[in-house]
Design a protein around this ligand. Structure first.
Ligand SMILES: Cc1cc2nc3c(=O)[nH]c(=O)nc-3n(C[C@H](O)[C@H](O)[C@H](O)COP(=O)(O)OP(=O)(O)OC[C@H]3O[C@@H](n4cnc5c(N)ncnc54)[C@H](O)[C@@H]3O)c2cc1C
Length: 466
């Protein structure tokens, strides 16, 4: 395929269409910046669809005294509950305390109060339940050594849909564009402008775009990608893999979400949602190809064993699993933190300027993406001789997905066709997994509202991610 002609220069090109790429595009769009987002696969198809799907301050970060991070994240959680109630909801989380727990119950009670305090008491207030009350709520919970349970409130979010809706909101502005299944293959600085070579991975077409600034928001892929593109960069990530299981809804009697501590002093979450139970996560170094990670038998067993220790009588087996998924946290490595467990690595983000016309952001959490992007935009927009207005992202999103997560979504053929034509769908996989929040697998024969991939004239999947 030949090289297509140069498009007019952009002010900013963003590489990476996860939540941070989509979030920054929205912020720049609302501030009148001419910007292009380039994503190698489907939007939000990597880390930003593999999270624990929580908008949270991170109750366990209180242990690390990360109070500023917890406070900021709680503010953002409470903001998104208001801005996108169709994709986010507040849920009670039970935190059972056992005799073997490393802290006395009073430690948890203090932590729960502090959590509410750091939310400026915007969280629904925490509660405390006696053993008998906990067992009434969770009849299958192991009673041996159980003392009581704390209960506090956090948010859950449809992670890939919120990223998509930030993208749709950005695309309302006419000066903004976004390309999926386009891979950035080379970046050079020519006459003070960034020249970015890209390849359409579905058609093979090569393109070149120019921009005043390039921003790399490539999450866990950053350390491998940047040197390959020719960007001056030494590794700065402490990548940390985490897996999740979607379990059948009748696997355990869990009417509410739970936080369970594991034998190795970690916490795992059990969150009933979407007619299933989400269980996760793990925290291990990445051994396989970072673009093609999956849950290993060992990791699945770890979560099943942890769950069984709390629900010894429940029929939890491999057959309870609907599907699994894995992601890599793009944690920013801390100076002098060698040997720290990955769980202790701070969730703060870091912004770098490897050249005078490029930016890189790593670290952080999904929950705080708006604030992280705000920090980046506040540096970039004034350099374009434009006024930066940070509060524009406090407005509601103007476009919603055709099918939301929490509404009762009986999908019709018309709705499917509408999603394909308006929501930047390029493969059947995009439609199936990400637009419709399906948890199972699919084949060529799979029908959505009676329509197959062939009926919709879509390739089944994109090329392999690697
Ligand atoms: C197991 C796990 C659980 C988590 N749970 C939570 C949680 O409950 N709450 C929370 O707040 N946070 C959570 N996080 C953290 C959160 O998911 C991440 O911080 C966030 O999703 C990172 O988003 P991102 O946009 O930086 O990265 P990504 O979503 O990975 O986006 C980077 C994108 O760059 C693209 N890319 C790479 N190379 C190229 C190229 N050459 N050209 C074009 N594009 C390219 C990739 O395809 C990818 O889509 C969790 C993370 C994990 C792994």
């Amino acid at each position: 395929m030949g090289e297509s002609p140069l498009i007019t220069p952009y002010e900013v090109v963003i590489v990476g269409g996860g939540i941070n790429g989509c979030g920054l595009l929205r912020d720049l769009a609302l501030n009148g910046v001419k910007a292009l987002l380039i994503e190698k696969g489907d939007f939000a198809s990597q880390t930003s669809e593999s999270s624990s799907k929580m908008l949270h301050g991170g109750i366990r970060y209180l242990e690390n005294f990360d109070f500023a991070l917890v406070q900021e994240a709680l503010e953002e959680k409470n903001l998104w509950l208001k801005l996108a109630p169709h994709l986010c909801s507040e849920r009670p989380f039970f935190f059972p305390v056992y005799k073997h727990w490393k802290y006395p119950p009073i430690g948890l009670r203090l932590g729960l109060w502090l959590y509410d305090f750091l939310s400026h008491f915007q969280n629904k207030p925490h509660g405390w339940f006696k053993k008998a009350e906990v067992l009434k709520e969770f009849p299958e919970l192991n009673p041996e050594g159980l003392l009581a349970s704390g209960q506090y409130y956090d948010g859950i979010v449809d992670d890939h849909k919120l990223a998509l809706e930030c993208l749709y909101d950005a695309l309302v502005e006419p000066q903004v564009e976004a390309l999926s299944y386009h891979e950035v293959t080379k970046v050079e600085t020519v006459n003070g402008l960034e020249k970015i070579s890209i390849k359409d991975r579905l058609t093979g077409e090569q393109k070149t775009v120019k921009a005043k600034f390039v921003v790399y928001l490539t999450g866990p892929f950053t350390d491998k990608l940047l040197p390959k593109l020719g960007v001056p960069w030494t590794p700065k990530l402490a990548p940390s893999k985490g897996i999740h299981l979607w379990l059948k809804p009748d696997t355990i009697k869990a009417p509410a979400s739970m936080v369970l501590t594991t034998k190795d002093n970690r916490v795992i979450f059990v969150i009933p949602q979407r007619d299933a139970i989400l269980v996760g996560t793990t925290e291990t170094p990445v051994k396989e190809n970072i673009f093609d990670i999956f849950a290993t038998d060992e990791e699945i067993d770890y979560l099943i064993e942890a769950l069984k220790s709390y629900f010894p009588k429940a029929p939890i087996t491999r057959d309870s699993i609907i599907s699994t998924f894995a992601g890599v946290r793009p944690l920013a490595r801390e100076e002098g933190a060698a040997g720290e467990s990955l769980g202790k690595v701070s969730r703060f983000h870091k912004i770098y300027r490897p050249t005078s016309t490029s930016y890189v952001m790593i670290g952080g959490k999904y929950t705080t993406f708006r604030r992280m992007c705000q920090e980046l935009a506040s540096e970039i927009v004034p350099r374009l001789e434009k006024r930066y207005e940070p509060n524009k992202t406090l407005n509601h999103l103007r476009v919603h997905s055709t099918v939301g997560t929490f509404q009762n979504n009986e999908i019709t053929p018309e709705a499917v066709k509408c999603i394909v034509s308006t929501e930047k769908v390029r493969t059947f996989e995009d439609l199936f997994k990400r637009r419709l929040s399906k948890l199972e697998g699919f084949t060529e024969e799979t029908r959505i509202a009676g329509l197959t991939a062939k009926d919709l004239d879509l390739p089944l999947r994109g090329p392999s991610k690697a």
